[in-house]
Design a protein around this ligand. Structure first.
Ligand code: ZN
Length: 156
C-alpha cells in the first residue's frame, strides 16, 4: 500500500513540477531573474514585505533590472493594457497588464513599446524606467504582481 502511494506521488508530483509555469528572463542585465533583496529605507523586494511601516504589504515580487535595460516577455504573452503604479505621475509611473500560460499579471516600472497585441517569449516588451531618479540608491527592479494579488514567487 505504501509503495503504491509512493509510486503515485512520484508520477503525480513530477507531473505537477513539470507543469509549473516558470518566468523566463525579464530583464537584459539579469538573465537568472535575480530577486531584489532589501535596500535600507526602501524595504525589501519579496512578496508580503512591509511597506509604510507595516500599514501596507508588498503585493508583488521585485526582479532586479537596471535603469534603461531591455525588458523581455517571460513567455508568449498578450498585452492587455496599461498598468500604472501611482496615482500621482512620476518618471516611473508606467507598466503593462499581461496574460499568458494561464496567468494574469502586471509589470510595473516598464515603458512598453506598445499597450496591446502579443509578444513572443524572449522578445522585447519595452525598457526599464529610470527608477534611480525617483528612489535614489534603490535596487532598480521590475515589479511583478498577479492580477489576483496572490504570491508570484513560485513562478520564479
Ligand atoms: Zn515591488
Amino acid at each position: 500500500m505504501k509503495l503504491i502511494i509512493v509510486l503515485l506521488c512520484v508520477v503525480l508530483c513530477s507531473l505537477l513540477v513539470a507543469g509549473q509555469v516558470k518566468f523566463g528572463a525579464l530583464c537584459s542585465d539579469n538573465p537568472g531573474n535575480t530577486k531584489r533583496g532589501c535596500d535600507g529605507k526602501y524595504g525589501c523586494g519579496n512578496y508580503g514585505a512591509r511597506r509604510d511601516g507595516g500599514k501596507r504589504k508588498h503585493l508583488g515580487l521585485d526582479i532586479v533590472c537596471r535603469d534603461g535595460a531591455t525588458v523581455f516577455a517571460p513567455f508568449d504573452v498578450k498585452i492587455n493594457g496599461k498598468a500604472a503604479p501611482y496615482k500621482h505621475n512620476n518618471a516611473i509611473n508606467d507598466g503593462i497588464r499581461l496574460s499568458g500560460q494561464g496567468l494574469c499579471f502586471l509589470m510595473f516600472y516598464v515603458k512598453p513599446d506598445k499597450y496591446s497585441g502579443t509578444v513572443k517569449k524572449g522578445q522585447r516588451l519595452g525598457t526599464m524606467l529610470p527608477m534611480q531618479k525617483v528612489y535614489p540608491g534603490i535596487t532598480s527592479h521590475v515589479h511583478v504582481q498577479m492580477c489576483d494579488k496572490s504570491d508570484p514567487t513560485k513562478y520564479f
